[in-house]
Every structure is written in structure tokens, then in C-alpha cells.
Design a protein around this ligand. Structure first.
Ligand SMILES: Cc1cc2nc3c(=O)[nH]c(=O)nc-3n(C[C@H](O)[C@H](O)[C@H](O)COP(=O)(O)OP(=O)(O)OC[C@H]3O[C@@H](n4cnc5c(N)ncnc54)[C@H](O)[C@@H]3O)c2cc1C
Length: 416
């Protein structure tokens, strides 16, 4: 079924009885050509592009929970491509370009809203760093504008511009950045992949790998053995636990990141803002809630929940940037498990086991990467060659020294 205004009218006039389930619920087959482990945004996007762009068939996505139960349904929904380094910038811009046509391509309302992402700066040194990043972006053909404080005040009159420990001096604005509805992205890719014949198997946990003479031969799952000669793993925060079953140790640490949402208030924030004097990012949802987040909790964990000290830390940064949020009541908070790499950049690569491919290390920036990650991972699996936009995301870069340290923090996964 294609979604359209005409379809809504037709269903409305016939008692809404004709809507079909958005995807099928098939039983797992004993064998597929390609299996993707993890039904998050990246796994579902990979399956869709494998079928749509690379003409692959007989594909399954294996998900231990339900679609949207992982980070794809837990993030603060920010989409942008304002990166600095050559390994990252073309990849994230490729992703933003895919986002720009995604709703039409998937025929699904992702609530993509290019409302602008503004990074605030608070000192001359920070202004220089942002000018450098903006210049790198413009050299790649990516939009970037350096604003002074008056321009920021015009866009966001509610910020604490001057009466603060770190007064706002200006900001780096990417107008094409914005937000998209996170779980709708999982549903949109799932529906489109299902329409291309991909079997999406929910409530099926991968418990082991079948490896025969150094080659992948299949997976063990809670619903039986499934054979396949190509397997792509995209399990985000569970990467180290899942890959351990193939006896691979990875340069990944899992950390908790929390997000928060307040009660709905009148429109107050037209776009996404990030604080430059602390770690804090905020936008306002279409329902009026302020959606925000900050630093990781700072300890290794696989629990999808955080602790109160971090709530206080994040809210402190928010109130110092935007004192008015002190009056808003926080409704909900939740946590997700982040696959943090040693350099803060992702991995899309083959593994030493023939036929076993790896997609991970998204830290807390993987939502915006969903389309490009799926596209490039599908390219790698189908053609056995990396896509040019993801060529730097090699697993062996920690051995060779070709790290992509966007934040300049060194091998400190909790700081990236
Ligand atoms: C609070 C928070 C805020 C964030 N904010 C942003 C943001 O604003 N912008 C941004 O770009 N990124 C953001 N991120 C990061 C982004 O959400 C993630 O990087 C991205 O969603 C990870 O990819 P995914 O969608 O495939 O992960 P997931 O949705 O976590 O998918 C992985 C799937 O693998 C499944 N799985 C795990 N183990 C197994 C197994 N053994 N067998 C089968 N399946 C298994 C899991 O159940 C899960 O569904 C944020 C994350 C969090 C938690």
C-alpha cells in the first residue's frame, strides 16, 4: 500500500478498515543469502539498501527485541553534517543528502525538519575553532554560517546571552541540520525493506556464530540455527557482547547516555542549539516538549538507564544557557547504551572472519548517520568493497594509527 492523501481520504470514507500491517511477521527460514543482526536504524537501513540499491535478495534482519527498542528510538533526534575531519565530513554530508530525500523515497512521514543546528561559542578561541570547522565544511560544499552574538540574539532571544559565567559570543549555524522523528525512521526503513521481500524477525536473539574453516556459515539464535554466508552485525551498544561470540575483541566500550523531555510549552526554540561552555543540546518537539541531553554517565554499562548525578549535571548546563527551562517540568528521562570507540568515529568494515561484516562505534552520533551507514554497509556486504564515503572507517586504524579523532580527546572513549 502506498501512503498518500488520496489513501487517507479513501480509508476515512470506508471506516479505516483497509490499513494493512506495516511489515509482515515471518518465521525465520533455515537459510538466507544475507543476514543482518540488529533491527535498529542501521540494520534496517542496510537491509533496505541491499535490496533496493544493490539488487540483493533472500535477506533477513534478526532483532532480539522489537523494532525501535534500541538507540534508534532513544536518541535526541538531531541530524547534521557539521564535522571537521576529512574522514567524517563527506560521510555525514552524504547522509544528510540521503535524509533530504528519504521521506519521498520510503513513502513514510519521518517528520524530517531542517530547522537548523546552532553551536554556540563563548570565547575568541572557540570562535576560531568554529570558523575553522565552518571553513572546512564550506570547502566540501556543506552549508555553514558563523554568527555574531546579535545574529544569535535575533534567532534565539531566550538564551542567557550576557549575564552568565560564559557569555555567548556567537555561533556556528548549519541551516540544513535539524531533527527527524527517531522511531519513525526504524518503521519507515522496516516497511520499505519488507516491501522488497526482506524478512524482519523480531524477538529473536543471536546467541552465537557458526564459523567453518575461518568462514562464516550462519548464526545460532533463540529461534534456532540460521545459515548464511554473509552476515552483517549492526547491534550498536551490544557490539562487544555480540562479537565476543565470534571471539573478536573490539576497540569499543559501552557507556550509558541519557535523554530528557519536559512537558509541552508554547513554541520557544525554533531549532537545535548546543551549548559551548558545557555539554548540552536541546530542541523543541512538535508536541512542544523540550528534548535535551548532555554528557555520558561516565561508567561502562549495558543497562538502558542512567543515574541522578548526570541528570543534575545536564540540567545545570541547560539552565545556565537557557534559564527559562528551570520553570519547565521534566516528564521523562531514559538511557541508551552507546558503542564508544577509542577515537569517537565509527567502524564499517570486514572482520578477520570471511563473510562477517561489522558496523559499529557510532558513539552518540549515529542517528544522523543512519542512511549513509546503511548505504555504505550494504555496499560493503554486496560488493565486498568499502563505499568511498566510508573508506576511512577501517577496523585496523587503531593499529595503523590512522585514527579519526574529531573531538581531539585521544584514546578516551568516555570523552568523545
Ligand atoms: C540518549 C541518546 C541520545 C542520542 N542522540 C543522538 C542525536 O541527537 N543524534 C545522533 O545522530 N545520534 C544520537 N544518538 C546515537 C544514536 O541513537 C545511535 O548511534 C544509533 O541509533 C545506533 O544505531 P542503531 O539505530 O542501529 O542502534 P539500535 O537501535 O540500538 O540497534 C541495535 C539493535 O541491535 C539489537 N541487538 C543487540 N544484541 C542483539 C542480539 N544478540 N541479537 C539480535 N539483535 C540484537 C538491539 O536490540 C537493537 O535493536 C543518541 C543515543 C542516545 C541513547
Amino acid at each position: 500500500m502506498r501512503y498518500s492523501a488520496l489513501q487517507i481520504l479513501k480509508q476515512g470514507l470506508t471506516g479505516n478498515k483497509g490499513w494493512k500491517p506495516v511489515w509482515r511477521e515471518p518465521d525465520p527460514k533455515p537459510e538466507y543469502d544475507i543476514v543482518i543482526v540488529g533491527g535498529g536504524g542501521h540494520g534496517l537501513a542496510t537491509a533496505y539498501y541491499l535490496a533496493q540499491e544493490f539488487q540483493q535478495a533472500n535477506i533477513a534482519v534478526i532483532e532480539k527485541g522489537w523494532l525501535g527498542s534500541g538507540n534508534i528510538g532513544r536518541n535526541t533526534t538531531i541530524v547534521r553534517s557539521n564535522y571537521l575531519l576529512p574522514g567524517n565530513l563527506p560521510f555525514y554530508e552524504f547522509s544528510l543528502k540521503l535524509w533530504e530525500g528519504l521521506e519521498q523515497e520510503l513513502n513514510y512521514n519521518l517528520m524530517m525538519s531542517q530547522r537548523g543546528v546552532l553551536n554556540l561559542y563563548h570565547s575568541d578561541a572557540q570562535r576560531d575553532a568554529y570558523a575553522r570547522r565552518g571553513n572546512a565544511m564550506r570547502l566540501e560544499g556543506v552549508d555553514a554560517e558563523l554568527l555574531d552574538v546579535d545574529q544569535v540574539r535575533k534567532l534565539y532571544p531566550n538564551l542567557n546571552h550576557a549575564n552568565a559565567r560564559f557569555p555567548i559570543h556567537g555561533g556556528l549555524l548549519q541551516r540544513r541540520g535539524g531533527t527527524a522523528r527517531h522511531d519513525a525512521v526504524a518503521w519507515g526503513y522496516a516497511r520499505a525493506a519488507d516491501q522488497k521481500g526482506v524478512d524482519i524477525i523480531q524477538n529473536c536473539e543471536v546467541t552465537g556464530f557458526l564459523i567453518e574453516s575461518g568462514k562464516i556459515a550462519g548464526i545460532e539464535t533463540s529461534r534456532g540455527t540460521i545459515r548464511a554466508t554473509k552476515i552483517g552485525v549492526a547491534v550498536a551498544g551490544s557490539t562487544s557482547r555480540v562479537m565476543e561470540k565470534a571471539e573478536l575483541r573490539l576497540p569499543i566500550e559501552s557507556h550509558v547516555l541519557q535523554a530528557f523531555v519536559t512537558e509541552g510549552i508554547k513554541p520557544a526554540l525554533p531549532g537545535v542549539i548546543t551549548y559551548g561552555a558545557g555539554h548540552f543540546y536541546i530542541s523543541q518537539s512538535d508536541k512542544g516538549g523540550l528534548v535535551f541531553g548532555g554528557d555520558l554517565d561516565g561508567y561502562n554499562s549495558y543497562a538502558q538507564r542512567g543515574n541522578l548525578a548526570t541528570v543534575e549535571h545536564v540540567v545545570e548546563a541547560g539552565v545556565s544557557m537557557l534559564p527559562m527551562i528551570g520553570r519547565a517540568r521534566m516528564l521523562r528521562s531514559w538511557g541508551g547504551v552507546m558503542d564508544m570507540t577509542m577515537d569517537g568515529s565509527p567502524i564499517i568494515d570486514k572482520t578477520p572472519i570471511d563473510g562477517l561484516f561489522l558496523n559499529c562505534g557510532w558513539c552518540y552520533g549515529g542517528f544522523k548517520a543512519t542512511p549513509a551507514s546503511g548505504y555504505c554497509f550494504a555496499h560493503l556486504i554486496a560488493r565486498n568493497q568499502p563505499h568511498e564515503a566510508a573508506i576511512a572507517y577501517r577496523l585496523d586504524r587503531y593499529e595503523t594509527g590512522h585514527v579519526i579523532d574529531e573531538a581531539g580527546h585521544g584514546a578516551q572513549p568516555n570523552l568523545h
